[in-house]
Design a protein around this ligand. Structure first.
Ligand code: ASP
Length: 518
């Protein structure tokens, strides 16, 4: 019998309208969101007994970590047959997001890092004003992310009678608790976006965000949340989850070109003390006035010569910067980096992220600004090979074929099948809930497992028996497989630890290798 699988999600409350209440000075963030806003609502509380959940905090002196027990709540069963157990961790200081900066981003990233192995996904509650910046920043800060991180907020507080907070939070919980979308995402008004593609487009409409150059990763309608798996990004490569913090927002700036802008004005910004990077918002496909006698181009080229990285993004909502017109061409000849279809938010936070890397140089930053690190810009399109028709039965057949090839350790065959149907196959599951990575965790060929991991297969999905690939590899005594899975960020799920403890009595080494005692 398949066990009842409960997902665990950590809600990280940073502040914003979603938790606000009226005060004599206007709306201000209020504490105890779980107790006041969620516990009384049937959609967020199935009234089952509350189990305490451990959340790892910074201790008061910020010198180490402490484990604290939080009361949890559970949703009723969703359309996907799961219940989502969650708890709300509130930041010591709740913010209006217009005041967030690199310190706040670090705090979010560190909270996720400290609690990464204890939860299946994370929902970050945040004000909408700077939400697109935070999404972009986090997308760069979280490295080898293998679990969903969903940011959301609302235009109207949860305690207002008519609000968008309920829908936004419920939709985010469902995504973080059910779908292996290992990206930093933004869920708003029934749509899930790649976070670093978003901009805030409305100050009070419920449809507050758009992702003008990238389709939504998922859309919720009256019956389900439909994920567009073809465009979901997955970490490729062997590497455990980690974070980079302390983005350098102090030495970057953003300047919008307008008709009549004077080169002296641009020069004055470029001579700000300590400036290391500038995002230039230009016209159309990346054009700016070159100024009398090319004075503007000279100002920019001089600054680039002084080691400042200048990135060209368009003021238009859609489209990409490319040197098709003479003015754009001369910017690129002067050394201005084409930011392609990046949003200003993504370009600015990416610059701040790259500048914080100790070994960076202006050349390495310019190079990285023009390539996609987290799907934030569109490089050249990749060819996709498809079957002529994508029937569901054919999908099951392909997965079965792949399963046999993996079980035989036939790397060549695995490669052919994966190349045909890469976008959905890797995290799909067979009748017993096993994904290709589950099957590969006991395949005779370690290369097959490595190959599938490098294609972006998830190490965190659980089968119908509630087992991760790591558990299966350890149980089968496959030491090398266990090591490789661990290097790829795999860890035992809290629900499988009790079984692992029993099995470890007979084979302590391999279960130790699987991280049972960490
Ligand atoms: N000023 C609020 C904030 O960004 C707006 C919101 O949450 O929608 O925190």
């Amino acid at each position: 019998m398949a066990e009842e699988i409960e997902s665990r999600v950590l809600l990280i409350m940073t502040g914003g309208t979603i938790c606000m209440r009226q005060s004599p000075n206007g709306f201000v963030p209020a504490r105890d969101f779980q107790e006041h806003c969620l516990a009384p609502m049937p959609a967020f509380n199935d009234k089952s007994p509350s189990i305490p959940i451990e959340v790892i905090n910074d201790n008061a002196e910020r010198t180490g970590h402490e484990v604290k027990e939080y009361t949890s709540l559970r949703t009723p069963q969703t359309a996907y047959g799961r219940k989502v157990r969650y708890t709300v961790y509130e930041f010591p200081e709740l913010l209006d997001s217009s005041s967030i900066d690199a310190k706040g981003w670090t705090e979010i990233a560190e909270t996720i890092e400290r609690n990464y192995t204890h939860f299946d996904g994370f929902v970050v509650l945040h004000g909408t004003d700077s939400l697109a910046y935070t999404c972009s920043a986090l997308s760069f800060m979280l490295q080898n992310l293998g679990k969903p991180v969903v940011l959301t907020g609302s235009q109207s507080p949860m305690l207002e009678l008519q609000n968008d907070a309920t829908e936004n939070l419920l939709g985010s919980l469902v995504v973080a608790g059910h779908f292996m979308i290992p990206e930093v995402c933004l869920y708003f008004n029934n749509r899930l976006f790649r976070g670093n593609r978003c901009i805030k487009v409305a100050a009070s409409d419920f449809a507050a965000f758009e992702s003008p150059n990238y389709a939504p990763l998922a859309v919720t309608n009256s019956t389900r949340t439909n994920v567009n798996w073809e465009i979901v990004r997955r970490p490729r490569g062997i590497g455990a989850f980690g974070i980079r913090t302390d983005l350098d927002t102090r030495h970057v700036a953003c300047l919008r070109i307008f008709p009549g802008i004077q080169p002296e004005m641009v020069d004055a910004v470029l001579r700000l003390e300590g400036l290391r990077g500038l995002v230039l918002e230009t016209f159309g496909a990346g054009n700016a006035p070159h100024g009398q006698d090319n004075a503007m181009t000279k100002v920019l080229a001089d600054a680039i010569g002084r080691g400042i990285v200048i990135v060209n993004v368009t003021q238009c909502l859609t489209g990409s910067v490319s040197p098709v017109y003479a003015p754009g061409m001369s910017l690129s000849r002067a050394g201005v980096v084409a930011g392609l279809d990046m949003t200003t938010e993504a370009a600015l936070t990416k610059l701040a992220y790259l500048l914080a890397i100790p070994e960076c140089t202006p050349e390495s930053i310019a190079k990285d600004m023009a390539v996609s690190l987290r799907g934030e810009l569109t490089e050249i399109s990749q060819p996709v090979f498809r079957h002529p028709d994508g029937e569901l039965s054919e999908r099951a057949q392909t997965l079965t074929m792949l399963g046999y090839a993996i079980a035989r350790g036939d790397l060549q065959r695995v490669d052919v099948i994966v190349k045909m149907e890469h976008h959905w196959l890797l995290n799909d599951a067979d009748y017993s809930g096993n994904t290709p990575i589950h099957i590969a965790s006991t395949s005779p060929s370690l290369e097959v497992l490595e190959y599938l991991l490098r294609q972006g297969g998830s190490v965190h999905l659980r089968n119908n028996q509630n087992r991760t690939p790591l558990f299966m590899a350890a149980n089968a005594g496959m030491g090398e497989h266990v090591k490789l899975l661990r290097q790829s960020g795999a860890h035992l799920h809290s629900d499988e630890r009790a079984a692992a403890e029993v099995l470890a009595q007979r084979r302590p080494e391999i279960w130790g290798e699987a991280g049972l005692h960490e």
